[in-house]
Design a protein around this ligand. Structure first.
Ligand SMILES: [Zn+2]
Length: 96
């Protein structure tokens, strides 16, 4: 077995063990996202992180490592929605 074939086989095993997906499913997620990160919408590299919900195991998509780290267990979707409203608010404390 060549080094490249061994690397592909190891990657396939890792995807199956960690996330329960095949390389073909990984590729379909890549194509679905058009090679862009689902958080920042910038181009992903070939080694994009597979983001999954550790509680349910649901594989949510492919992200940059940095973007994936923002989704730690401390934050909820509701908190991110509030953060988006906070950032987009026209409030300026200098106007008080
Ligand atoms: Zn990103």
């Amino acid at each position: 077995m060549t080094t490249a074939a061994r690397a592909l086989r190891e990657r396939a095993g890792k995807l199956k063990r960690r996330y329960g997906i095949t390389p073909a499913q990984w590729q379909m997620m890549w194509d679905r996202q058009h090679g862009l990160c689902d958080i920042c919408a910038k181009p992903l590299k070939e080694r994009a992180h597979v983001d999954h919900d550790p509680k349910s195991g649901r594989v949510r998509g492919l992200l940059h490592g940095f973007c994936n780290k923002m989704l730690n267990r401390r934050y909820t979707a509701a908190m991110f929605a509030r953060a988006a409203r906070y950032l987009e608010s026209p409030f300026d404390g200098r106007d008080l």
